[in-house]
Design a protein around this ligand. Structure first.
Ligand code: NAD
Length: 484
């Protein structure tokens, strides 16, 4: 039975490597039919700011699987990344990036490495919510949800179990971002209890990345947030030999997308020298996903055998280990010529499925109480003391000013003159019943916030943004100011 998949050849080296990969898929008789869509540079230039015309969405939503060549994202603030738009719009929540060593056929400082990065794919700083709020201050919101986090953590454990992996490492920065990254690591520990057969550890992303770069064989499956995973998976791909080798799967509940982890490589586009391996590895993951493990295995084995035979593209070519330096087309022909053969010393492809995961989220019952508001004020010619006096005078007993921070650090009360301040002040207003000097937050009414804002406005204090403060089952849903 044939499966129809959506294919976009992409930009730069995209068409060269996609055509090479489709030739291999056809030669292996995978029984695939292709619906081609035109997304990327041409769509951007035709005025579609996300690089995708409306008719392409119809095709994408019709087929369950999308094989995508790399896309060039034009520079400039008028353009949104097509990759991020597709991942978020189609709910492709998990990004799986395996990187293993092909030593001694591909040069790598780490012959034992075999790491899979499971990256959250829809949230974090990639929510793309950015604002310039004052003359001085620019902000990008980091958005994490309970359901998004539960889903990616569960996926990492399920993937590990299905693929006989022994350990999952969670990489976060929860010593600094206690609410967001802290929720991610708490979730990892909670869900992890359901998988006692799998080793588990939490590490801080900075030392974790340093160790991945120097001792990757200590790691097996890594689960992490969107931005950290994006950076880390390029590190692991380069460590394994080249970004030209690593493929990735973007998994959603209904639709999934498979692509190389590298970009459109404009520096070598059109020269016929790009390595199609990353896209071929993505296509093998796709074959597994559409339940064709035997075809995936045949292609993987032929590809490994090609590497072993020293038929290499320029990015992995090395004197001594390589026999032939070939271009994209001849590399694909070499793989086709080896279909049905197995590697003699590289570990043979042992492909399992396990990337499909049905998931149902139930929101936990939670008591939410309003207990204050952070009012962000723009003022470029004030001192913390003068601003505090103006706010206290304006509030007229409606709410109480608890503290003022600038770039997150307390500057009132008891600030230091050494702290350098911008024109962006966070003023925390709480109930007049709150005890000064404690971190208890009695509840307030919603109308008191509106009243306070209008009093501030009347006093000429410009609020540029507010953030309500809530207790969830009595626990603070906001961080304390540094020094609070
Ligand atoms: P890149 O990954 O395109 O290239 C980085 C380096 O790796 C270049 O020297 C390139 O020649 C080399 N390289 C990449 N793929 C190769 C291959 N298959 N064979 C041999 N060498 C290869 O990164 P970049 O130059 O930073 O980005 C170029 C464009 O790609 C940008 O517009 C960027 O936004 C886009 N991009 C797209 C994706 C995607 O579509 N998923 C991912 C990353 C970057």
């Amino acid at each position: 039975m044939s499966t129809t998949i959506t294919v976009a050849k992409g930009d730069g080296i995209g068409p060269e490597i996609t055509e090479a990969v489709l030739r291999i898929l056809d030669a292996a008789d995978c029984g695939l039919r292709y619906d081609f869509i035109d997304v990327g540079e041409r769509a951007y230039l035709a005025g579609h700011s996300s690089g995708i015309p409306p008719e392409a969405w119809t095709v994408l939503r019709r087929n369950a699987v999308f094989l995508k060549g790399p896309i060039t994202t034009p520079q400039g603030s008028g353009y949104k990344s097509l990759n991020v738009t597709i991942r978020k719009t189609l709910g492709l929540y998990a990004n799986i990036r395996p990187c293993r060593s092909y030593h001694p056929f591909v040069r790598t400082p780490h012959p034992d490495m075999d790491v899979v990065v499971v990256r959250e794919n829809e949230e974090d700083l990639y929510a793309g919510i950015e604002h310039r709020q004052t003359t001085d201050v620019f902000q990008c919101l980091k958005v994490l949800s309970l359901q998004g986090t539960e889903k990616i953590v569960r996926y990492a454990f399920e993937y590990s179990r299905a693929n006989a992996r022994r350990k999952v490492t969670c990489l976060v920065k929860d010593n600094i971002m206690k609410l967001t990254d802290g929720m991610f690591s708490d979730m990892f520990r909670r869900i992890g209890r359901e998988y006692p057969d799998i080793g588990q550890e939490v590490q801080i992303i900075d030392i974790g990345t340093a160790r991945v770069a120097t001792q990757p064989s200590r790691y097996d499956v890594i689960v992490t947030l969107n931005l950290y995973g994006d950076i880390l998976s390029d590190v692991t791909a380069e460590l394994a030999g080249s970004v030209g080798l690593a493929g990735s799967a973007n998994i959603g509940d209904r639709i999934s997308m498979f692509e190389a982890i590298h970009g459109s490589a404009p520096d070598i586009a059109g020269r016929g020298i790009a390595n199609p391996s990353a896209m071929l590895n993505a296509a093998s993951m796709m074959l597994l996903h559409v339940d064709q493990p035997s075809k995936a295995e045949v292609i993987q084995n032929a590809w490994l055998r090609t590497l072993e035979d020293g038929v290499h593209t320029a990015d992995i070519h090395q004197e001594g280990a390589s026999r032939q330096c070939v271009g994209t087309h001849d590399f694909a022909q070499a793989v086709i010529a080896r279909l049905g053969r197995k590697p003699s010393s590289l570990r043979s492809a042992d492909l399992r499925s396990g990337t499909n995961l049905a998931f149902e989220y139930r929101r936990p019952p939670t008591k939410r109480e309003l207990c204050g508001v952070d009012v962000f004020v723009c003022d470029d010619c004030t001192t913390p003391e003068a601003l505090a006096r103006r706010i206290e005078g304006a509030l007229d007993g409606v709410l109480r000013l608890k503290l003022i921070t600038n770039r997150g650090v307390r500057v009132w009360p008891d600030g230091f003159p050494e702290t350098s301040c911008t024109d962006h002040w966070r003023c925390r207003l709480v109930s007049t019943d709150a005890d000064v000097g404690t971190t208890a937050y009695p509840p307030i009414g919603r109308t008191s916030i509106i009243e306070a804002l209008s009093l501030l406005e009347r006093a000429g204090i410009e609020a540029i943004k507010t953030e309500n403060l809530y207790l969830f089952d009595g626990q603070r849903g906001f961080s304390l100011g540094q020094g609070e």
